[in-house]
Design a protein around this ligand. Structure first.
Ligand code: CA
Ligand code: CA
Ligand code: CA
Ligand code: CA
Length: 211
């Protein structure tokens, strides 16, 4: 702060308090100044309190640089996937954070995942099937309520772990073999069959037997 002293036409000296440097409420929100007026013999002082009001100059910041979580496929609607959290250095509504999915993620995956605006909890709302998509890359947002508001985006990865929810399937429903009687046995290969299983790892390993 500084003083700009000017002389009025009637000869009075007027001092104006001026700002010499930008203020940052997040650094210091109150200043106590003492202004003294003095003549060669006497003086008077006055206290000045400067309260710095907030402007929305900070974006919300997520607590983590990235979010990644594993959940089992077929987790039912209502399953709590993960909670994100962001803080904002401003004050009041400038620091009040609301969460969401980016417009693109909402468009693509809004039928599968939903972000609670208040709590930042991501929920399952649709079918999560590893065989359809084993990984979801979601864009999440934290937006403050300032005017204009400020928004931060972060990537959130949801990996689906496998559940053994697919049976092996033969590539044909019936196989017919013609074989001449008295063919010497053991013989060459009569038939090659394959069955596939869409699951992962051991859940997708197929063994064969004849009953
Ligand atoms: Ca803010
Ligand atoms: Ca601020
Ligand atoms: Ca299986
Ligand atoms: Ca599966």
């Amino acid at each position: 702060f500084g003083l700009l002293t000017t002389k009025e036409p009637d000869g009075t000296l007027v001092s104006k308090l001026i700002l010499l440097k930008k203020l940052d409420r997040e650094q210091k929100d109150k200043y106590f100044l003492i202004l003294t007026a003095c003549d060669p013999d006497n003086s008077d002082t006055v206290n000045i309190v400067v309260q710095v009001q907030d402007s929305n100059d900070n974006k919300p910041r997520f607590e983590r640089d990235s979010y990644e979580v594993d959940i089992p496929e077929n987790s039912p609607p209502g399953t709590h996937v993960l909670q994100v959290k962001a803080t904002d250095a401003d004050l009041g509504i400038n620091a009040k954070v609301r969460y969401g999915l980016t417009a693109q993620s909402h468009l693509m995956y809004g039928h599968i995942f939903k972000m609670d605006r208040e709590s930042g909890i991501l929920y399952v709302v649709g079918l999560v099937d590893r065989e359809t998509s084993p990984v979801y890359q979601l864009g999440v947002t934290a937006e403050d309520m300032g005017c204009p508001s400020r928004t931060t985006r972060k990537q959130l990865i949801v990996n689906l772990s496998d559940d053994n929810d697919n049976s092996p399937k033969f590539n044909k429903s019936t196989y017919a073999i013609r074989i001449v009687e008295n063919t010497p046995a053991p013989t060459k290969v009569l038939l090659h069959v394959t069955a596939t299983d869409l699951d992962d790892g051991a859940n997708g390993d197929v063994r064969y037997r004849i009953d």
